[in-house]
Design a protein around this ligand. Structure first.
Ligand code: PEP
Ligand code: MG
Length: 566
């Protein structure tokens, strides 16, 4: 068994087809007729563009629109004025087209590879792909084709380039193994879009595995099993069939409302960290956004994003969601979320310290900027504001007063916004759960943040392995906090959702239904699974389970009992 990175779910069983990179060696030489050489380079570039357009069309058909855009990104790279112009300058200086283009590509690859941002590093792989493509054309090397691969083929290659992917016919390729590429690489994105199980970054895959060798690719666990025994083969064939069956079943839950077995309706929304993720919400059939973690807009940069930059992000998400709810949580920094340029002081107990709403209320300009941007975006969709880490009613009042002040300003300036915008809070501290009755009088909604609520209730830091055994949302203490929060919200007539990880926990779902939760906010890929899990429960059944679960005395008893009923 060889371990790699699990990049695309599912199990593939087949024989390896090793895609060896065609040799694109050449001897750099000086050219005399530099103008003719520039023309040769331009013709090759045009041919590569034409081939890429064709590949993009093939990918559009097999994988989808978004994946085709990756390929179209290649076209703009080939036509990039800096890359093209500088290559031509080198040729005019006497270099052959191959050497000139390779020099320029290697320079770009060096720059992109050293960048922190994963997306930028991905550009390096794209440049490598077009470098290989153009050199192949210039040297007249025949292209490697995977479109003729027989049924049951597992592709093995150093790097799955989009141009290789373009040739993949879904029925024939049952698995992909590569030596490079992470979960967010284009290879992974394309493999997932094609729904082909893939294990990437398998060390020395190309030399360890052999052409024609029987192999199992477990893209869920991230393992490759060469030469499996008969028993292992049977075991995995069963696993594969189960995976495919469950997947097909989940598809029944696409495009339908989220309902319990008794027809009770729930809202099933998503957690996002970037405006672009709103597209994923639509793709995975989420019903809106229950938590936009805005701190990610502040990370991976060197200064605070301006009001306009923030507005653009919030507006974009609102527009993509087309009227579906969008709960934007105000900045939640501190604790484990650091933003170096903001110069937060080191604290003895960062989780107990100057973070989230506490920080924002003391850094009013920063907070005002964000609130203005959110209010402006509220003219473009069903935007709501949510404050994190509330522990007392004064914090909510102070935050709301600031929103009112900004509303007056915007109204005076004639800038549109939603005058009735809802302002709700995260219930993620023990204090907020205990005064949920009080807070419910002034908050438009609650969203329970079990990630923090579990830690604060159990007084344990999940990162500390010595106390991690306490960290479970199924602890009787945490369940009581959750039950209380939902009950208080219900009694006050405000909606209560949950955006912590526990919202997607199958075991907890009957309890949440019984307590009266109305909104589940989960990661986009979990939407269909959670919709299915909810569909199994009537309120009456859930009540029966909740009554029993709440009478149990330990986390283990609760967990074992719930495992026996889901
Ligand atoms: C939570 O605490 O449950 C939550 C959703 O917030 P975050 O994970 O961003 O702290
Ligand atoms: Mg939190």
């Amino acid at each position: 068994m060889i371990k790699g990175t699990a990049a695309s779910d599912g199990i593939g069983i087949g024989r390896i087809l090793l895609l060896e990179e065609a040799s694109i060696e050449y001897t750099p030489h000086e050219v005399e007729d530099t103008q003719a050489e520039v023309e040769r380079f331009r013709r090759a570039a045009d041919q590569l563009v034409a081939e890429t357009v064709r590949d993009a069309a093939a990918i559009r058909e097999t994988a989808g629109e978004k994946e085709a855009l990756i390929m179209e990104g290649h076209i703009s790279l080939i036509n990039d004025p800096a890359l093209k112009g500088e290559t031509e300058n080198l040729i005019m200086g006497g270099q052959c087209a191959e050497a000139a283009f390779e020099t320029m590509c290697d320079m770009f690859i060096g720059i992109f590879s050293s960048m922190e941002d994963e997306m930028m590093r991905q550009r390096a792989a794209d440049v490598r792909d077009i470098k290989a493509g153009l050199l192949r054309i210039l040297l007249g090397v025949k292209e490697v084709k995977v479109s003729d691969a027989p049924k049951g083929t597992v592709l093995l290659t150093k790097e799955l380039t989009p141009s290789v992917t373009a040739g993949i016919r879904k029925g024939n390729i049952v698995g992909i193994i590569t030596e490079t590429g992470g979960k967010t690489s284009h290879s992974a994105i394309l493999a997932r879009a094609l729904e082909i199980p893939a294990v990437l970054s398998v060390p020395d895959a190309v030399s360890v595995l052999k052409n024609g060798q029987p192999v199992i690719v477990d893209g869920t666990a991230g393992v490759v099993i060469p030469d499996p025994s008969f028993d292992v083969l049977n075991e995995y064939a069963e696993k594969r069939d189960k995976f495919l069956r469950e997947k097909a079943e989940l598809e029944h839950f696409r495009g339908v409302k989220t309902k319990g077995a008794d027809g009770a309706e729930y809202e099933l929304v998503c957690n996002i960290g970037k405006a672009d993720d709103a597209n994923k919400v639509i793709e995975f059939d989420g019903e809106g956004v229950g938590l936009f973690r805005t701190e990610f807009l502040f990370m991976d940069r060197s200064s605070i994003p301006s009001e306009d930059e923030q507005f653009a992000a919030y507006q974009k998400a609102a527009l993509v969601l087309k009227g579906k709810p969008l709960i934007i949580r105000t900045l939640d920094i501190g604790g484990d979320k650091e933003i170096p340029y903001m110069g937060l002081e080191k604290e003895e107990n960062p989780f107990m310290g100057f973070r989230a709403i506490r920080y924002c209320l003391k850094n009013r300009e920063l907070f005002r900027t964000q609130l203005r941007a959110i209010l402006r975006a509220s003219a473009f969709g069903d935007v709501k504001i949510m404050f994190p880490l509330i522990t007392c009613v004064e914090e909510l009042r102070e935050g709301k007063a600031m929103v009112e002040e900004i509303k007056r300003e915007l109204a005076l300036l004639g800038i549109p916004f939603n005058k009735e915008i809802d302002i709700g809070i995260m219930v993620e501290t023990a204090a907020a759960a205990m005064i949920a009755d009080v807070l419910a009088k002034e908050a438009a909604f609650f969203s329970i943040g079990t990630n923090d609520l579990t830690g604060y209730t159990m007084s344990c830091d999940r990162g500390n392995s010595n106390v991690a055994y306490l960290y479970s949302a199924l602890q009787p203490a945490v369940l009581r906090m959750i039950e209380r929060t939902i009950r208080c919200g219900r009694e006050a007539g405000i909606p209560v959702g949950m955006c912590g990880e526990a919202a997607a926990n199958n075991k907890l779902i009957p309890l949440l239904i019984s307590f009266g939760l109305t909104e589940f906010s989960v990661s986009a890929p979990s939407v269909l699974r959670v919709r299915k899990a909810i569909s199994k429960w009537t309120k009456a059944e859930a009540d029966r389970v909740a009554q029993k679960a709440m009478s149990l005395m330990t986390e283990k008893e609760v967990s074992d009992y719930l495992a026996s009923v889901v």
